[in-house]
Design a protein around this ligand. Structure first.
Ligand code: PRT
Ligand code: ZN
Length: 180
C-alpha cells in the first residue's frame, strides 16, 4: 500500500485528484476524511494542509506527496523532488507600493517586509547582503502596506491581479514554483 499526501482543500486539491483520475485511479472524494482509499490501486490518501505535506513525507508518515515547491523550500523538509507537475505554477516575489520609485534591491535595506515565507526570504536577502525587518503574517499579506503593518511584501504571485488591486507592484521575482 502506497500512502500519498495531498492537499485537503485549496488550489492544488482538484488538480492532484485529477492526476490520479487520469491515471485510472478512482478516489472517493465525496466521503473525504483524513484518510481516503483509492479503488483499483493499492493507494491510501492522506488529506492535509499543504504546509504539513513536506514534513509527513520527510518523516515517512507518507510515502509520497503532491505539494507546491514553495512549501518544500520554506519548510526545508528533507524530501526528494521527483517530478514537476504542470499545475500550481506561481512565483514568490517582492512587491512595493506602486507610487514608490524602485531602483534596485537596496530599496529593501532597513525596510519591513510582510510575508508567509520568512525562511525563503531570509535566505534570499542574506545572499544579497540586504538587511530587512521580516514580519511573518499568515494570511492577507497583500494588505499589509495599506494597513501600515509593513513597507512591502513578499508573496505568491500568479496573474499579478492581487498586487494591482492592492496598489502594489512586483519588483523582484525570487522563487519560481509549481506543484511537484
Ligand atoms: O489550507 P492550506 O494550508 O492547505 O492552503 P493554503 O491556503 O496555504 O494554500 P493555497 O491552496 O492557497 O495554495 C496552495 C499552493 O498553490 C501554494 O503553496 C502555491 O504553491 C500554489 N499557488 C499557485 C498559489 C497561487 N498559484 C496563488 N495565486 N497559491 C496562492 N496564490 C494566492 C497568493 O497568495 C495571492 O493571494 O493568490 C494570490 C495571487 O494571485 P494573483 O493571480 O492575483 O497574482
Ligand atoms: Zn497552507
Amino acid at each position: 500500500m502506497i500512502r500519498l499526501a495531498v492537499q485537503s482543500k485549496g488550489r492544488l486539491n482538484e488538480e492532484s485528484l485529477k492526476l490520479l483520475k487520469d491515471a485510472g485511479i478512482e478516489v472517493d472524494d465525496t466521503k473525504r476524511k483524513f484518510i481516503g482509499k483509492a479503488s483499483g490501486f493499492p493507494l491510501e490518501l492522506l488529506y492535509l494542509r499543504d504546509d504539513d505535506i513536506p514534513g509527513v513525507v520527510a518523516d515517512g508518515s507518507a510515502d509520497i506527496g503532491i505539494v507546491g515547491l514553495n512549501e518544500i523550500a520554506e519548510t526545508g523538509a528533507d524530501v526528494e523532488v521527483i517530478r514537476k507537475l504542470g499545475f500550481g505554477k506561481c512565483r514568490l516575489s517582492l512587491a512595493i507600493p506602486k507610487s514608490m520609485e524602485y531602483l534596485g534591491l537596496e530599496w529593501f535595506e532597513g525596510k519591513s517586509i510582510a510575508t508567509s515565507y520568512p525562511s525563503i526570504l531570509r535566505c534570499f536577502l542574506s545572499s544579497q547582503g540586504i538587511l530587512s525587518d521580516i514580519r511573518e503574517i499568515r494570511g492577507s499579506v497583500e494588505i499589509a502596506p495599506a494597513a501600515g503593518i509593513a513597507d512591502s511584501i513578499f508573496d505568491i504571485v500568479s496573474s499579478g491581479g492581487t498586487l494591482v488591486s492592492n496598489g502594489l507592484k512586483e519588483v523582484e521575482t525570487v522563487f519560481e514554483s509549481s506543484g511537484v
